[in-house]
Design a protein around this ligand. Structure first.
Ligand code: ADP
Length: 379
């Protein structure tokens, strides 16, 4: 029987944005949401704890393929699913490298991919030694559980991560922190690639991501000035990672373009990613449609852009009072060429509650309109 039902674990906005292409393709989509009323409520078949094996198994029984809105499902549960013959994309052996930054650094280094100088450290002394070798400043990261800049800290003293070492010790599991050189970068880029279980890949153009306070604020697709070699180097890095790690579905590779012109891999995400939201309007095949195709092992669509530039601006926090929708009449009237996306989430400071995308042939224009349109939802 042809596989046609995709089960998504996690009910956030990424699951939500998989719903329209599922409807268009005639693919069935079911979501296991972690709480009632989440972004992907429309396709939710129930509320359940993704850390509970029985809950996840019961959900898996109702679908052909399991995929994810986030990377937090414990590896042991994923392995049990695979052991019982369920299809899981990406699989636990790949997903591990998006769940654990130390494992990721070690694997990428083993594959010969360009990464910042790094080390696994277990004490303040080891941090001190790394600082001494790297000009007195470095970035310390928790291996697991970080997101949107939480679990990432610039330090200049060997005592700068004492609280994290203590937390690891109290956790009972011990373990190490990741320390990296403080990369001097010109800008941050992201390269998305989709890969099918049977091996075919599709790459979108490399994009520029602008982070504020560790959170993605804006994305420009393609990244300005990447018409030539930089684009092919970025694409090659992402394809090597997708193949080398056996990733299935969408893979986002966050990179630094260093001030001396190198590309270094920072982070991996194995699911649709904020840096690919522009593709809903800006590419022939969006990352959400492509993810569905990939996890069902269907032929991938073209990832070519549909216009010269796409600019995506996140709506962070949202209105201080009321909902996003309260602002729609004014915002939509002012910017008929902008595409507005609301995630059905309560506004809260710093929270990603929606985004705006503007496509066009003039980059300055697209940036201006996208920023102005998003600004309607602030304050
Ligand atoms: P998260 O898991 O929270 O996304 P990241 O590892 O992507 O954490 O780091 C968040 C941000 O911190 C990055 O987007 C970048 O701006 C900055 N950062 C991370 N690592 C480094 C580094 N080695 N050098 C300089 N800046 C860094």
């Amino acid at each position: 029987m042809t596989k046609n039902t995709v089960g998504v674990i996690g009910g956030g906005q990424l699951a939500r944005m998989m719903i329209p292409p599922a409807i268009e393709l005639g693919v069935e989509i079911r979501v296991l949401e972690e709480a009632p009323g989440m972004s992907a409520e429309l396709a939710a078949t129930g509320v359940g704890d993704y850390r509970d094996l029985d809950t996840v198994l019961a959900f898996a029984e109702t679908v052909d393929v399991i995929t994810f809105d986030h990377e937090h499902v414990p590896p042991a549960i994923l392995r049990e699913l695979v052991a019982r013959g369920f299809e899981v994309h990406p699989g636990p052996d790949a997903l591990l490298y998006a769940q654990d930054k130390l494992q990721m650094r070690a694997k990428l280094a083993e594959l010969g991919l360009p990464v910042p100088d790094w080390a696994a450290i277990e004490s303040a002394d080891e941090l001190g030694a790394f600082l001494a070798d790297h000009g007195g400043r470095a970035v310390v990261k928790t291996a697991r559980g970080g997101y949107d800049g939480k679990g990432v800290r610039v330090v200049s003293e060997s005592s700068g991560a004492d609280d994290w070492f203590l937390a690891l010790a109290e956790d009972g599991h011990g373990g190490a922190l990741l320390v990296e050189e403080l990369v001097s970068f010109r800008r941050e880029l992201a390269q998305l690639v989709a890969r099918r279980p049977s091996g075919g890949t599709a790459v979108w153009p490399v994009v520029e991501t602008v982070q504020r306070d560790g959170v993605c604020a804006e994305v420009i697709a393609p990244a300005p000035g990447t018409g030539g070699k930089l684009a092919s180097v970025a694409a090659e890095i992402a394809e090597r990672i997708a193949d080398g790690l056996g990733v299935t579905g969408v893979l986002a590779v966050e990179m630094f373009e260093t001030t001396d012109g190198r590309l270094l891999v920072n982070e991996l995400a194995m699911r649709p990613h904020n840096s690919g939201h522009w593709s809903i309007e800006g590419a022939v095949t969006s990352q959400f449609e492509q993810h569905l195709r990939a996890v069902l092992d269907l032929p991938l669509g073209s990832a070519e852009p549909r216009s010269g530039w796409s600019v995506m601006v996140n709506i962070l926090g949202g209105p201080a009072e009321g909902s996003l929708q309260d602002r729609y009449p004014a915002a939509l009237a002012a910017h008929p060429a902008a595409k507005f996306h609301g995630y059905g989430k309560e506004p809260r400071p710093g929270r990603k509650v929606g985004h705006v995308t503007v496509c066009g042939d003039d980059l300055d224009d697209a940036v201006y309109v996208a920023r102005s349109a998003a600004a309607f939802f602030e304050g």
